[in-house]
Design a protein. Structure first.
Lengths: 211, 253
C-alpha cells in the first residue's frame, strides 16, 4: 500500500478542485461573451453566480494548499503541483472578475451593434483559455507554449478595435459612452487572454519542474 | 579533504549490502560541503558511511571491493594507517555517547591518545573544540563535572567537540539529531553549517527536511545502490529518477 494515503488524498482533492475551477472559468467566459453578443441579460445575471462559485473555489484551494505546505512539506513534483495551483487560482479568479465586468457592461449597453472585431476577439480568447486548461489537464507543453503566439493576435485585434472605436467617437461624439464601454469589454477580453498565457507559462514550469 | 569512490561493493558474508557505488563515473564527496545520504532503512546508508573510516573492518565476514580514495590515497590498501585514517575521519553517532568521565576528559581523550601531554596545550584544545561545537558558553564553568549530567543536545555537541579535538578533516554523522528535540536539532544544524567551512561533512539522515536545510548534495540509496546523487536542490525539486521522486514525496514507505 502506498505511504501517506491521507496526504495523497488531500493533494488529489486540491488538484481535482482546481480542474473544477478551470471548467467554471471556461463556462463564465463563454456565457459572458454570449450574453454580451446577444444582449442576454438573464445569461449576464448567471455570470455573476458563476463568479461567486469561482471566488469560493479560489479560497478553498488556497487554504487547502497552504495547509498542505505547512503540515506535509510536499517536495519534488508534489511541491510544483501545489505551487502552480496557488498561482493558477489567481489567474482563474481574475478571469472570473473580468467576465463579470463584461456582464456588468452588457446590462448597460444600448442596442448599437457589437463590432465584429470584438466578437472575433471573444472567440479567440475563449479558445485560448480552453487550450490553457487543456495544456494543464493533459500536461501538454507544446499547447502551453502556443498560447503566447495566439496572444499576439489578440493584441493586434485589440489595437484595431481601439482605432475603430476612437474613429467612431470622433464621428459620433454623442455615442462616446457606448464606444468607451465597448473598449472596456475589449480590454477585459485582452486581459483574459493574458491570464491564459500566464496559465500556459505555469504549466510549462510544472512540466519542467523549474523553480 | 574530498572522498572519491569507484565501483564499491560490500558484502556481509553472502549478503550484498552495497552494489557498485560509483560504478560508472565514480562518486565524489566534495571538500567543505555537506553531503546527505537518504533512503529507507536497510538501504546501505550507514554501511556506506562506515566505509570511509573502515568501521566495517570490525564486522566479521565483511568484504569490501573497489576504490575509496581520501586525500589521494586508497584507504583499503594494506599500507593504510588505520589510526591515522580514523583521526582524519571523525564520526558522530545517532545516540550521544559521552565517555563516563568529565567534560574536559572527554574532549582531551583523543589528543592524549595522540600523545599530547602538556596541560596548557590540552586546555587550549578543549576550549577551541567546545567553542567550535557551540558548547563552551554552556559548560566552561563545569569542565570537571561528569559529561553524563549534560542534556541530550549538549551531550551530542560534546561528542562533536570530542570529534573535533582529534583535528579531523572529514566528519561522518550517522543520524546525529534523531534522538534530539527540535531546538537541539536546530542548534546542531547551525553548527553543521558552520563546521562545513572547515570540514567535509557526510550525514546520514531520515529527516528529509534536515537534508534540504543543511546539505549541498544528496545521495538517494535504495537496496544497496545509489540511485541518484545530485545537488540537494535538484533532488528535492526535480529528481531525475522516478524512484527518488517516489521516495522523497513519500509515495512508498
Amino acid at each position: 500500500m502506498p505511504a501517506r494515503a491521507d496526504y495523497r488524498k488531500k493533494l488529489q482533492n486540491i488538484l481535482d478542485n482546481l480542474v473544477i475551477m478551470c471548467r467554471h472559468a471556461e463556462d463564465i467566459c463563454e456565457q459572458s461573451v454570449a450574453a454580451f453578443v446577444a444582449r442576454d441579460l438573464e445569461l449576464a445575471q448567471n455570470v455573476k453566480k458563476i463568479e461567486k462559485t469561482i471566488d469560493k473555489l479560489e479560497r478553498k484551494i488556497e487554504k487547502a494548499s497552504l495547509r498542505l505546505l505547512v503540515m506535509e512539506h510536499p517536495v519534488a513534483s508534489d511541491f510544483h503541483e501545489i505551487s502552480v495551483a496557488l498561482k493558477i487560482v489567481i489567474d482563474l479568479e481574475r478571469i472570473g472578475d473580468q467576465a463579470k465586468d463584461i456582464a456588468k457592461i452588457t446590462a448597460q449597453l444600448t442596442d448599437a451593434p457589437v463590432p465584429e472585431s470584438i466578437k472575433q476577439m471573444g472567440v479567440i480568447v475563449i479558445h485560448m483559455l480552453k487550450d490553457a486548461v487543456r495544456s494543464y489537464v493533459n500536461r501538454d507543453l507544446e499547447l502551453a507554449r502556443l498560447l503566447d503566439k495566439t496572444d499576439d493576435k489578440v493584441d493586434a485585434i485589440f489595437d484595431i478595435i481601439m482605432n475603430e472605436l476612437a474613429a467612431a467617437i470622433q464621428k459620433n461624439p454623442e455615442n462616446s459612452k457606448n464606444a468607451l464601454q465597448l473598449i472596456m469589454v475589449a480590454k477585459y477580453l485582452e486581459r483574459i487572454g493574458d491570464h491564459a498565457v500566464n496559465i500556459g507559462e505555469r504549466v510549462e514550469k510544472l512540466i519542467q519542474g523549474k523553480i | 579533504m574530498s572522498i572519491s569512490i569507484k565501483n564499491c561493493d560490500l558484502f556481509y558474508g553472502d549478503f550484498h549490502a552495497l552494489k557498485g557505488i560509483g560504478r560508472d563515473e565514480g562518486m565524489e564527496i566534495s571538500e567543505n560541503k555537506v553531503t546527505a545520504f537518504i533512503g529507507p532503512s536497510g538501504c546501505g546508508k550507514s554501511t556506506f558511511i562506515r566505509v570511509f573510516n573502515r568501521m566495517n573492518d570490525l564486522i566479521q565476514n565483511c568484504k569490501i571491493t573497489g576504490e575509496i580514495t581520501i586525500d589521494g590515497q586508497n584507504i583499503y590498501e594494506k599500507s593504510t594507517d588505520i589510526t591515522q585514517l580514523r583521526k582524519n575521519v571523525g564520526m558522530v553517532f545517532q545516540k550521544p555517547n559521552p565517555f563516563p568521565m568529565s567534560i574536559y576528559d572527554n574532549i582531551a581523550f583523543a589528543p592524549r591518545t595522540y600523545g599530547i601531554k602538556k596541560r596548557a596545550q590540552l586546555d587550549e584544545i578543549v576550549e577551541r573544540s567546545l567553542r567550535q561545537a557551540a558548547l563552551w558558553d554552556e559548560v566552561s564553568d563545569r569542565l570537571k563535572k561528569s559529561a553524563l549530567g549534560l542534556s541530550g543536545g549538549q551531550q551530542q555537541r560534546l561528542c562533536i567537540a570530542r570529534t573535533l579535538a582529534a583535528e579531523p578533516k572529514i566528519i561522518l554523522m550517522d543520524e546525529p539529531t534523531s534522538a534530539l528535540d527540535p531546538i537541539s536539532t536546530g542548534t546542531i544544524e547551525d553548527l553543521i553549517r558552520e563546521l562545513k567551512k572547515t570540514y567535509t561533512i557526510v550525514i546520514v539522515t531520515h529527516n528529509m527536511q534536515q537534508a534540504t536545510r543543511i546539505s549541498d548534495k544528496t545521495a538517494f540509496f535504495l537496496m544497496g545502490e545509489v540511485i541518484e546523487y545530485d545537488k540537494t536542490r535538484q533532488i528535492f525539486s526535480n529528481p531525475k529518477d522516478k524512484r527518488t521522486e517516489n521516495y522523497v514525496t513519500g509515495r512508498f514507505g
